[in-house]
Write a protein that binds this ligand. Structure first.
Ligand code: FES
Length: 120
């Protein structure tokens, strides 16, 4: 993964070109890559939109980027709670807490991640 500071702020990471992820797939962005203390899951919906959440499920220890994307939702691979990728809201049990969002923007054909900045 190509990461370049963008000059926007120290918390902006250029993850690569807009087609870096196939629609309907996800990847883990390590804290080492992003400079954020937690791993971040980067998700691309079938519609081609990018979203980012804390990678660790708020329920127990599972990687949301290993889950299944359906529409604008991610299903946890361990106990199948679903979260809205747009705002991190938990949509069904057993998880009770929302997932933390991170802002992602596609600008000039590049995917920019803003670790620690809530999605708008
Ligand atoms: S670890 Fe994700 S729902 Fe249980």
């Amino acid at each position: 993964m190509d990461t370049e500071p963008t000059g926007d702020s120290p918390r902006t990471v250029d993850l690569g070109e807009v087609d870096m992820l196939e629609p309907g797939t996800a990847v883990l962005v390590s804290g080492e890559t992003s400079g954020y203390p937690e791993d971040i899951g980067l998700f691309r919906t079938e519609a081609g939109d990018y979203y980012a959440l804390d990678d660790e499920c708020p329920h127990e220890v599972a990687s949301l980027s290993e889950g299944w994307i359906e529409g604008d939702e991610i299903e946890c691979p361990l106990h199948s709670s679903r979260f809205d990728l747009r705002d991190g809201k938990v949509l069904c049990l057993p998880a009770l807490n929302d997932a933390r969002t991170h802002k992602v923007e596609v600008r000039d054909g590049r995917v920019l991640l803003f670790p620690g900045t809530d999605a708008p």
